[in-house]
Design a protein around this ligand. Structure first.
Ligand SMILES: *Cc1c(COP(=O)(O)O)cnc(C)c1O
Length: 493
């Protein structure tokens, strides 16, 4: 059979035949990217994709080549105009950062170098460890702690909860599995805990029921007395209380558990203290607000999320573990094909010993470059800025009779709704959902919604370095306009 190689006697490669052409196209792409971010405020936050754009994504596998300029044109036409929108100044849905240009350059250069950070003796590996060290420093962890960069907060929480399980199991769980655990383990968190912890419990083989949800107080923080009572009850019933998860910034309302009190309970009761700091761990670098997360530095493990308040382009999470050997003992495996050598490429640290992945991307570069450019202090001020903006929005809501605050504003999340005289909870939900959807569809602002203490509410989470106070003024005036329009026409979701 004639292969291409036999026919032509040329070895193929993915490299361009003409680097000059590629250079010209690349410069155009960079120019377009700069314009894209520079003008982001002028565009809609989000827009629905027309049918022809949706159809574009059903095209079958391309089997033959196309000029890369045409490939880019496809992307420019069908992908770039229809983003999630989180780089826009009025994107406040769910909880995510708003990216940054330097971080994007970091992602590009990381891909150009192409290094695999599973391990090895090279600069990218050292930089990965350096960024982990910087994360320790930001949350006040000792230099002797360990850590690892992962895809995001969910994976960072899994790392912490897994080390907790292995340390507290009372058996060599790596050899014998969860079936050999003598007393069933119990974990504790508030009823506001993020859903990723449920997934973690399931995948750890402990099961969802092993995570007890403890009621919260009026500020939606874990009720410490109820926690202690639950621990005592479980001991009595033959369970082994193993781990308490404190949340520094809940996803629903931004409530911050009393981390110092939790550290105290964990110490008294011999529990692992894990802090879910995906939202709030980095408040530790915010000069005005850092006292809110006091106690996080006492945790046994912390999950934090550089793709939230450090605005790293997705994905970037970080798990920190105070006891480095407990961390390594949970994940390290040395197969014969990954043994170290005294010198050379395989003499570096095996970073895959600190998590589940073998191959690892060069996530550190995008974080490192943005931190170097701006300095940690500026990131801290931006966190304070978002918290001040959330307080500003809260004041606007308090001053506007048509709007109602639905939970206390602690950090940068505001839970509220539009009132509707005499309406049932069900109608209020439909009415507010309609407002939220029209804000999205008209490209004005992206909010999300949730249920707090059984009541539906809209949610503004300002983890956005582009938001200005005018944007919040506009949100309120547009909500009032939409409220009037929907009331007048009677349309609801
Ligand atoms: C965002 C978040 C997570 C999950 O993090 P991902 O980066 O989305 O995986 C976990 N816990 C809290 C409190 C969060 O806000």
């Amino acid at each position: 059979m004639d292969t291409f190689q036999e026919a032509t006697n040329v070895d193929e490669t993915l490299d361009p035949q003409d680097w000059t052409d590629v250079g010209a196209l690349s410069h155009r792409i960079v120019d377009d990217a700069i314009t894209y971010l520079k003008d982001v405020r002028e565009r809609s936050v989000w827009r629905e994709m027309p049918a022809e754009v949706r159809a574009f994504f059903s095209a079958p596998l391309p089997r033959s080549p196309a000029p890369v300029a045409d490939v880019y044109d496809d992307v420019a036409r069908n992908v770039m105009p229809y983003p999630m929108g989180n780089v826009h100044p009025r994107f406040w849905s769910w909880y995510m950062g708003s990216s940054n240009f330097t971080g994007a350059l970091g992602d590009f250069l990381a891909a150009i170098q192409g290094s695999n950070l599973g391990g090895g003796n090279h600069a990218a590996g050292l930089m990965d460890s350096q960024v982990v060290n910087w994360c320790k420093e930001m949350v006040g962890f000792p230099a002797t702690a360990s850590g690892t960069l992962v895809s995001g907060g969910s994976m960072a929480n899994i790392i912490g909860l897994t080390v907790a399980r292995n340390v507290k199991a009372g058996v060599d769980i790596r050899e014998r599995g969860v079936g050999a655990i003598p007393k069933p383990l119990r974990y504790y968190a508030s009823d506001q805990v993020h859903s990723c912890h449920r997934k973690a419990m399931e995948v750890l083989g402990l099961g969802n029921r092993a995570l007890r949800r403890i009621p919260t107080d009026g500020g939606l923080r874990i009720d410490i007395a109820a926690l202690k009572a639950a621990i005592a009850e479980d001991r009595e019933a033959g369970f082994k209380p193993a781990c308490v998860i404190g949340t520094a910034g809940t996803v629903n309302t931004g409530a911050v558990d009393d981390l110092q009190a939790l550290a105290g309970v964990a110490a008294e009761e011999g529990l692992w203290f894990h802090a879910d700091g995906c939202i709030g761990a980095l408040i530790a670098i915010a000069p005005e607000s850092r006292s809110l997360v006091a106690g996080i530095e006492q945790a046994d493990s912390v999950a934090l999320d550089p793709h939230k308040w450090l605005h790293a382009p997705f994905e970037a999470g970080c798990a920190l573990v105070r006891d480095a050997s407990a961390h390594r003992n949970t994940f390290a495996v040395t197969p014969e094909y990954l043994e170290s050598t005294p010198r050379g490429l395989a003499s570096g640290e095996w970073l895959h010993d600190y998590g589940l992945q073998t191959s690892r991307g060069f996530r550190a570069l995008k974080i490192w470059m943005a931190l170097k450019e701006h300095g940690a202090e500026k990131f801290g001020r931006l966190i304070d800025q978002n918290i001040a903006q959330a307080r500003y929005l809260t004041r606007l809501i308090d001053a506007e009779p048509a709007l109602e605050l639905m939970a206390p504003t602690t950090i940068n999340i505001v839970s509220f709704r539009h009132r509707l005289a005499g309406a049932s909870e069900e109608r209020l939900k439909a009415f507010n959902t309609e407002i939220m959807l029209r804000l999205q569809e008209e490209g004005i602002a992206a909010l999300s919604d949730t249920t707090v203490s059984g009541q539906h509410c809209l949610r503004v989470a300002i983890a956005n370095h582009r938001t200005r106070r005018d944007d919040l003024d506009l949100l309120v005036s547009e909500m009032l306009r939409l409220g009037r329009e929907i009331e007048a026409t009677g349309t609801s979701a």
